[in-house]
Design a protein around this ligand. Structure first.
Ligand code: HEM
Length: 421
């Protein structure tokens, strides 16, 4: 890296070197530890041309600037329609996602977000606390049972994947019997949001997206028939008032919002939970240290979010011709904001590959600007609650095997985390 303390742009980047990094990121070693590869990419510059067009933004300050800047938009339907590759953007899975919050720009984005208010303000989170605790107790009971029976247990599938579903399920009043079905569909849907999905992956994703549509439109229909005090019923009332003569539009928006809230909350939080536990067990003494210093559980969660954020990459497009670190960027060009690389930028977080509970570093795990994650408070609550009770209930917890990851570049997923006592 040529400019510590400044922003570096390299004018002559070897395309083959970029392709080599991307290939290695897809290998199992790249999945389990992508950070040295991000260093390689950042060493080429803060703005690195992607082989397929567009740019990777690798440095913290520049990622932050793009996320907050008014001249950067999310790639919405209007942008997609201007692209020369209609197959990529018009596949059912992708086009279905283009009406969701994260793919809307103002004014639609503002209107949809306003209807949700601040769903996890301090008061709501305090009220949700006991419920999250009871989900944690139940799931830790299952974990202990598996440990008793087999001497080993998979924390990822027994606890991490199920806690976010139980939490969001209670909030949206989704019957527990539907949880396994929902978990399965969300894992298959995510491919459409990956960086370069294959045709096969887009097909799998398309099938899952249709299932999600079927599930959530039916949920809205049932809730309209028997309204309650849950979020879906509140949203129906809100959007009926906005469209008094057009129930179909109101229903469609409520579907968009509830479906997206659900998928946005599941894998992301599950990954945080598994990664936070893994990082604490990865080095001898850390688990015990945190047990002795539980006032730092919140710090441990923040450092896990910095060290290995559940989302590693997100995209924005230029609203007009512009420049980033001296690199000219044409209107509509796409930039990939690399949260994982940004969090490991040594200019922002010195000695970045060290997990340091007392670091109090900066991170972009929840994005930034107008699209900042709406569920950050809830995810933090779940992680703090799980760690608190795990440390109390299983003081002798140890790793039985290193974590296994799904081959992804955007949404991290720990498929298994074997633990023992
Ligand atoms: C550790 C867990 C989570 C992580 C790391 C995470 C991360 C993110 C990121 C990176 C974004 C994009 C921000 C941007 O474009 O600048 C986002 C958006 C969003 N997240 Fe989360 N998220 C998590 C959990 C949740 C939960 C639990 C919910 C809801 C219950 C949620 C709801 C949303 C929504 C609705 C958006 C779209 C906001 C918008 O576009 O205006 N997330 N999240």
């Amino acid at each position: 890296m040529s400019a510590v303390g400044g922003i570096a742009a390299s004018p002559a980047i070897d395309r083959r070197a970029v392709i080599s990094v991307l290939k290695r990121l897809r290998l199992p070693e790249g999945q389990s530890d992508p950070f040295p590869l991000y260093d390689e990419l950042r060493a080429m510059g803060d703005v690195v041309p992607a082989p397929w067009g567009g740019y990777f933004v690798t440095g913290y300050d520049l990622c932050d600037e793009v996320l907050r800047g008014r001249n950067w938009l999310v790639p919405d339907v209007a942008w997609q329609q201007r692209q020369p590759d209609p197959g990529r953007w018009q596949s059912p899975a992708t086009s279905e996602m283009s009406t969701k919050l994260s793919r809307l720009n103002s004014p639609h984005h503002t209107a949809h977000r306003r209807s949700l208010g601040n769903p996890f303000d301090r008061r709501t989170l305090t009220a949700m606390g006991p419920q999250v605790e009871s989900h944690v107790e139940r799931l830790l009971g299952d974990l202990e049972q598996s440990l008793d029976l087999h001497g080993t247990a998979d924390l990822a599938t027994t606890v991490s994947e199920r806690l976010p579903l139980a939490t969001i399920g209670s909030w949206l009043a989704i019957p527990e019997s539907d949880h396994p079905h929902l978990l399965d569909i969300t894992h298959r849907q995510v491919f459409a949001q990956e960086l370069l999905p294959s045709k096969d992956q887009l097909q799998v994703s398309a099938g899952a997206t249709l299932q999600l549509r079927a599930y959530f439109t039916d949920l809205v229909r049932r809730r309209r028939a028997r309204p309650g005090t849950d979020l879906v019923s509140d949203l129906i009332r809100y959007w009926d008032a906005q469209h008094p003569d057009d129930r179909a539009t109101a229903d469609e928006i409520v579907y968009d919002l509830t479906m997206f809230l659900t998928i946005a909350s599941l894998e992301t939080t599950a990954t945080l939970l598994s990664v936070a536990v893994w990082l604490l067990l990865a080095e001898p003494g850390r688990w015990q240290w945190l047990r002795d210093n539980p006032e730092h559980i919140g710090d441990a969660v923040e450092e896990a979010l910095r060290y290995d954020p559940p989302v590693h990459l997100n995209s924005r497009v230029a609203a007009e011709d512009t420049e980033l670190a001296g690199v000219p960027i044409a209107r509509d060009a796409m930039v990939h904001v690399m949260y994982g690389a940004a969090n490991h930028d040594p200019r922002r977080n010195p000695d970045p590959h060290r997990y340091d509970i007392l670091r109090h570093g900066s991170h972009l795990a929840f994005g930034g600007g107008a699209h900042y994650c709406m569920g950050a408070g809830l995810a933090r609550l779940e992680a703090r609650t799980l760690l608190t009770r795990l440390l109390e209930r299983l003081p002798g917890l140890r790793l039985d095997a290193p974590p296994a990851y799904a081959p992804r570049m955007v949404f991290r997923r720990v498929t298994s985390l074997k633990v023992t006592v």
